[in-house]
Design a protein around this ligand. Structure first.
Ligand SMILES: Cc1ncc(COP(=O)(O)O)c(C=O)c1O
Length: 445
């Protein structure tokens, strides 16, 4: 064990696990261990109850330890642990596909299964490229992402992603990629409640890229309806509609990466519906199984699926897939999650709680160092100014104190506190969350 490592009461050796997106040295010197979970709470390794203000990592929309998911997983494991979906199939994957297509926007009647958000993003990009080629439009090879965008960590998603730190160590990105300007504009939109007023015209940046590259070479534009990992950045009113119009004008596919916004985070099954802007491809993961088993899904418009089914057959239409695409145990977890979402009306609950949550987060306006508060659905971002030459340090201190001393799990993302509680949260827990956070922000220099 590294001399700096401090064991936790429940983990004797912290050294062997190379942790993702984590300062391993800092973590191992000062571990934060989640030992158990139920409902809205984690229990730390020291037995402390911790209110989950982040749905784990934007996943557990129905809260933790849901017994019907556990039962469904157990049953499926006993019934059939694994079955491939290459050249053979199993019932539960088809059942899940059918069930999902009941909650997708109209005209999205086909789903491709993956195991994560990163795989969903790469699958969507590959489908977009192959779609144009299947239609004889093979000049469309270019992919457009957006600054501050996050589409996971595989080569495709990383290349269209727009968070510099996620790219800089990995030289070899995909060629023929460009990025739209991001939509964060604190100067004009600080402390917006709901979608910001200013910035719809930023969508016109796509016209600039069309001019630069020739629109007939662009296959797809991929954006998150809300850029969560890149700092909780909301689209201005009208922005997504304008992006849709420009894509239509030039025959470019529009992909919404809904890995976070899918499954009720903003009050509908997908943000596309809440925003009234329908893309051509939607990616998802996380809330699909309530975080219980890894799984992702990519939904495509019928016209895209049909374009692949035009050939004479019987060749494989899309040379793409994963050993675990449609994994039966993950499918069982997904079906049980969808049941909970529906039976407990959790998507509608987001809308019911939205204004209470909004008032609560904006009650922190005026506290020291806060330069912006933004929110929509059950997502909020609180941005603080950086300590001199130490970006992220203040928010990290707030995160640490919340975890160890106050029983609150928040997400620290540089100088932004990102909040996305399970959709089962009670108003009293919203109060607890913001009273505690407000006090900690006030007391953290
Ligand atoms: C929008 C978006 N796309 C893709 C991903 C990657 O998902 P995963 O970590 O499951 O690969 C994430 C993860 O946070 C995400 O927020």
């Amino acid at each position: 064990m590294n001399a700096k490592s401090k064991p936790s009461p429940v983990v004797q050796n912290l050294e062997k696990f190379w942790m993702p997106f984590t300062s391993n040295q800092r973590f191992k010197a000062e571990p934060k261990i989640l030992a158990a979970a139920k409902g809205m709470y984690y229990i730390s390794d020291r037995g402390q109850k911790i209110l989950d203000c982040t749905s784990g990592l934007w996943c557990c929309n129905a809260g933790h330890g849901r017994e019907t998911i556990t039962e469904a997983v157990k049953l499926q494991l006993n019934h059939m642990d694994f079955g491939p979906t290459f050249q053979v199939g199993h019932p539960i994957a088809f059942r899940l596909a059918e069930r999902l297509c009941e909650i997708t926007p109209a005209g999205f009647d086909h789903v491709f299964f993956t195991n994560s958000g990163s795989e969903s993003a790469d699958t969507a990009l590959k489908i977009a490229l192959a779609y144009h080629r299947a239609r004889g439009d093979s000049d469309r090879i270019r992919l457009i992402g957006r600054e501050k965008g996050y589409h996971g960590t595989n080569f495709g998603g990383m290349s269209v992603g727009g968070i510099p730190g996620n790219r800089e160590a990995f030289g070899n990105l995909l060629p023929d990629v460009d990025h739209l300007r991001h939509t964060l504009d604190i100067e004009r939109n600080a402390f917006s409640r709901g979608l910001p007023e200013h910035g719809a015209e930023l969508a016109d940046d796509l016209e600039r890229l069309c001019q630069l590259h020739d629109p007939a070479t662009i296959a797809a534009v991929i954006v998150e309806p809300i850029a969560c990992s890149g700092g909780v950045v909301f689209p201005a009113k009208g922005y997504l509609k304008r992006l849709r119009e420009i894509c239509d004008r030039h025959g470019i596919l529009l992909i919404f990466d809904e890995v976070i916004t899918g499954f009720g985070r903003v009050g509908k099954a997908f943000a596309a519906e809440r925003f009234g802007v329908i893309p051509d491809i939607i990616t998802s993961a996380k809330g699909l199984t309530n975080g219980a088993i890894p799984m992702g899904a990519v939904f495509v418009k019928d016209s895209i699926y049909e374009a692949f089914m035009q050939g004479p057959g019987p060749g494989i239409e899309l040379f793409h897939g994963y050993t675990y695409s449609g994994h039966p145990v993950a499918a069982a977890a997904a079906l049980a999650s969808l049941d909970i979402y529906q039976q407990e009306n959790l998507f509608e609950r987001t809308i019911e709680l939205e204004s209470y949550f909004e008032d609560a987060v904006h009650s922190l306006q005026g506290l020291p160092n806060i330069i912006d508060i933004r929110n929509y659905g059950l997502v909020a971002g609180i941005e603080l100014c950086s300590r001199e030459n130490k970006p992220g340090a203040r928010v990290y201190d707030i995160f640490t104190r919340c975890f160890h001393e106050e029983g609150l799990l928040i997400r620290a993302s540089l100088d932004i506190i990102a909040l996305s509680p399970p959709l089962i949260i009670e108003k009293s827990q919203i109060d607890q969350m913001f009273e505690t956070l407000g006090r900690v922000i006030k007391e953290t220099a």
